[in-house]
Ligand binder design. Structure first.
Ligand code: FPP
Length: 244
């Protein structure tokens, strides 16, 4: 029996990092600033984290920008978040193109403004050939809706007689998710001290290493990301095996 390594280190980088960017509101409140300023600073943090991932050679970065539950927020805040997204994509697109970043948006299109849908489509098309980091923005995204939509599509195919229900396995199921062409996240980070998944990548994160940090999202940058990756590298991933 092999002797257990004293430090079971997965030296490899995570191929896919997913982040729940939390704490913009508390960051602003602590400074007696409007929540919008917290979100604006949050968008700056996005920029730094994207560049860091790209520099580190990370393959995929998925950011939870707007959940299907975020519509419950006041209309002004929803509008501010959508404006920030428009602004971010328009302002950063040229730089992201130069850096070879491919942009993908996942989530439900219903309820999104027509100009946002247009922006998403043109951004995805324009960056589709890039081979650097893939930046996945989860927008109006929720895992329950995603899984239900997959079930509906499979049930429709089965009812039409084009799919044998016995053929539904993990592989076929994942092909019906928004992330069909994206590998599962290896590392999932949530900022601000909260320890929940909040309906984010529930299927995909089955074997992700979870790292919860107290830093509020606007204060999260290169150093914090590198620390989270170092934590990931200290973990031993066993996928249900014993590790012996
Ligand atoms: C959570 O903070 C954050 C959000 C709901 C939105 C995240 C959006 C951004 C970082 C800005 C734009 C995004 C991109 C991709 C450009 P919270 O408001 O829930 O904070 P709180 O829990 O402290 O109130």
């Amino acid at each position: 029996m092999p002797v257990a390594s004293p430090q079971p280190v997965a030296q490899t980088l995570p191929r896919h990092i997913a982040i729940i960017m939390d704490g913009n509101g508390r960051w602003a409140k602590a400074r007696s600033l409007p929540r919008l300023v917290g979100h604006q600073r949050g968008a700056e943090a996005v920029r730094e984290v994207v560049v860091t991932c790209r520099d580190m050679g990370i393959g995929y970065l998925t950011l939870y920008a707007f959940s299907s539950e975020n519509w419950k927020r006041p209309a002004t805040e929803v509008g501010d978040l959508m404006d920030l997204l428009r602004f971010f994509i328009r302002r950063e697109l040229e730089q992201l193109q130069k850096k070879g970043v491919r942009i993908r948006i996942i989530g439900d299109r219903e309820r999104l403004a027509p100009d946002i849908i247009e922006l998403i489509d043109s951004t995805q098309q324009r960056t589709a050939g890039n081979r650097g980091l893939t930046l996945v923005i989860a927008l109006n995204y929720g895992s329950h809706n995603e899984i239900l939509a997959a079930c509906r599509r499979l049930a429709t195919e089965a009812a039409a007689g084009t799919l044998d229900p016995a053929a539904i396995d993990e592989n076929l199921f994942r092909q019906h998710l928004h992330t069909a062409d994206i590998p599962d996240p290896d590392l999932l980070i949530r900022t601000s001290g909260e320890q929940r998944l909040s309906n984010f990548l529930l299927w995909q994160a089955a074997y992700a290493e979870l790292v919860f940090v107290d830093t509020l999202w606007p204060d999260f940058g290169r150093a914090q990301l590198q620390a989270a990756v170092a934590e990931f590298q200290r973990r031993e991933r066993r996928y249900g095996a014993s590790g012996e």
